[in-house]
Design a binder for this molecule. Structure first.
Ligand SMILES: [Zn+2]
Length: 215
């Protein structure tokens, strides 16, 4: 059995192979064969089928090897779409899509959306014009983000795959760079929207308690 996060139910589950393994010769690529089989989710509430596939350059021992294969890719894939409840809805939805892109390996898409989220966050706070790094500096000047966050923005930039770069289609985009930029986006949202919302909430509850005690 293969263990994975089921793309249907989101639970970490064992996938039991339920069909024969089919090998599909693939031309014009570095891999010669694609092996595919249907698997069933062992979560009883789900029990749906997913298709597992793996790529090999030489023939494969079929069912037993497929069952033990650690590199199976799954369809449907588990797609992450986290919620950003204290973030303005359009910005939060875009941030959620950046994570969805990352979870399917669409790294340039993830980075393009993460940049758009940072730009929109600046705009939401009245900062317009100039490039994204200038906007991040302004967000720091206006007390919206901490010094360390501003420094990290500059470091990501100097690392090559900039937060600011405009020529996405021209850049190599290793997964770790895309992950770093999406993580940076999360940190900006945390500092600008989510952290302050939590503090306002705490303040509100204290106020209500004070009023109740005064009654
Ligand atoms: Zn499932």
């Amino acid at each position: 059995m293969a263990t994975t996060i089921c793309g249907w139910c989101g639970v970490t589950t064992h996938m039991a192979i339920v069909t024969d393994v089919i090998d599909v010769p693939r031309q014009g690529s570095s891999y010669t064969y694609v092996y595919m089989a249907a698997f069933r989710c062992s979560n009883e509430r789900c029990a749906r089928l997913s298709v597992g596939r793996t790529y090999r350059d030489k023939p494969y021992g079929m069912t037993k090897e497929m069952r033990e294969d650690k590199n199976i890719q799954w369809e449907p894939a588990q797609i992450r779409r986290p919620d950003f409840p204290d973030v303005p809805p359009q910005i939060g939805a875009t941030a959620s899509e950046a994570h969805a892109c990352l979870s399917i390996g669409a790294h340039r898409g993830a980075v393009a959306l993460a940049r758009a989220v940072v730009e929109a966050t600046a705009k939401h706070n009245g900062i317009t014009g100039g490039n994204i790094v200038g906007k991040i500096d302004r967000m720091h000047q206006d007390g919206l983000i901490r010094e360390i966050t501003r420094e990290v923005a500059h470091e990501i930039r100097h690392g090559g795959n900039e937060v600011a770069h405009g020529d996405l289609a021209d850049e190599p985009m290793p997964p770790e760079d895309a992950e770093a930029i999406v993580e940076f986006m999360d940190a900006i949202l945390q500092e600008v929207f989510q952290g302050p919302a939590r503090m306002r909430d705490l303040q509100q509850r204290r106020l209500e308690r004070k009023q109740r005690n005064a009654e």
